[in-house]
Design a protein around this ligand. Structure first.
Ligand SMILES: Cc1ncc(COP(=O)(O)O)c(C=O)c1O
Length: 394
């Protein structure tokens, strides 16, 4: 465990960086992360500057160099070449651009998704059925999942569906926080000539990874979950040697055809948010980057899961194999209506969580600690689950 993950004092100091509205304990930090006070202040300054100086600033300064530096810093965040990344407004836009513009599909080919993918990714992959005349194969992962079962499910699919050309893969599923064995799955996919589009929305900033090592050529991310940027920023990644496999977006002409930025829609971006990125990246690194952030939320996750997994009436859905989980974990009160129980967590214990649906295990309650979550907050959750589990059990 990195040095400070279990150091409450250290994280208390970090928590001071963030302004919090009084209210329930927020254990739904998976939706989007907070900006620190400094990032928020810088962002608001930039909003004011853009509003005052309008296109003069944007045309004469932002477009004359600043945006080149931002792209360089963005690429540095995941250790790739600037030529491999293009800003989008969020992960969805990045992933839809990749799916929409992937040009390797012919009528009769097959594409693959699983029940753990994000719904907009599922939707975009299903859209290919009519748009490209392909068959969409939808896998359900077995539950509980193990490293080997997850990889084997894909190996079996590659054999069973020999016309597979493209698949979506979610690095960290938003349903249970399960971390996919991306490297092993991508390797198996490559052996069957199946291209992988990686949804990294929840991985970036929480998990250390290297796309080349994972064997990933196409990926989409956002910067508002675990990096700490203002909302409205995401990006896509295309390995430069695979650029020709993704078409320019709907006749996009602002950039030359050999520029990755032509692979997504061109539009007026949130300049103020973009201009805040250098401070965001500086802060992300100062906090210890994904290694430290990821270790802290994983520590908090272990704290509650370790105390409730064995309780009668409680089923923790996310496995304990350290390769397969991060800070996000989902559980169920056996035999109960999960929404009613999530409502009770909020009403009776002041704990804000969220329910998730749509996979083999049915509806579950997802718990996502954040950088301001303390061990004491987690103890409130443990006490609540313990009390409610008795009700649930009797
Ligand atoms: C796994 C996953 N993919 C994609 C997205 C979409 O991200 P964005 O809101 O940046 O479009 C989310 C958002 O929660 C997600 O959890």
């Amino acid at each position: 465990m990195p040095r400070h993950a279990d150091n409450e004092r250290h994280w208390q100091v970090i928590a001071q960086r963030y302004e919090l509205e009084p209210g329930p304990i927020n254990l739904e930090n998976g939706y989007f992360g907070r900006m620190s006070r400094w990032v928020q202040a810088r962002y608001l300054e930039h909003v004011a500057l853009i509003n005052r100086s309008n296109s003069l600033y944007v045309r004469q300064q932002f477009e004359q160099g600043e945006q080149v530096e931002l792209r360089r810093q963005l690429a540095g965040l995941i250790d790739v070449a600037p030529e491999a990344v293009a800003f989008t407004r969020n992960a969805t836009e990045a992933l839809q651009s990749l799916i929409r513009n992937y040009n390797g599909l012919r009528p009769g080919d097959q594409v693959l998704i699983s029940d753990l993918e994000y719904d907009t990714v599922k939707g975009a992959m299903r859209w290919l059925a009519n748009a490209r005349g392909v068959e969409v194969i939808e896998l359900s992962h077995t539950h509980p999942a193990s490293f080997d079962s997850l990889v084997q499910t894909y190996r079996d699919a590659f054999v069973q569906y020999p016309r597979l050309k493209l698949m979506a893969l979610t690095h960290v599923t938003h349903r249970t926080g399960l971390v996919m064995p991306v490297e092993a799955i991508a390797k198996a996919a490559r052996a069957h000539d199946v291209d992988v589009i990686l949804d990294g929305a929840h991985a970036l900033g929480q998990i250390e990874f290297n796309l080349a090592q994972l064997g990933i050529q196409f990926a989409g991310f956002n910067l508002h979950k675990w990096i700490g940027a203002p909302l409205t920023l995401g990006f896509l990644y295309i390995a430069p040697e695979r650029l020709a496999d993704i078409d320019p977006d709907m006749g996009e002409f602002h950039y030359p055809a050999n520029d990755v930025r032509a692979r997504t829609s061109y539009s007026t971006p949130n300049f103020a948010a973009l201009m805040t990125l250098p401070l965001v990246f500086e802060e992300h690194h100062a906090l210890g980057g994904s290694l430290a952030k990821g270790a802290r939320v994983k520590y908090l996750r272990d704290l509650w899961v370790g105390q409730v997994r064995g309780l009668p009436g409680i089923e923790v859905l996310t496995p304990d194999d350290p390769r397969l989980y991060c800070g996000i974990t989902a559980f169920k009160f056996t035999g109960r209506d999960q929404q009613v129980m999530a409502d009770r967590l909020l009403k009776d214990y002041g704990l804000f969580t969220t329910t998730r649906v749509g996979a083999a295990f049915g509806t579950c309650i997802r718990v996502t600690p954040g950088l301001v979550t303390s061990a004491a907050d987690i103890q409130v959750l443990v006490n609540a689950i313990t009390e409610l589990s008795t009700l649930s059990h009797t």
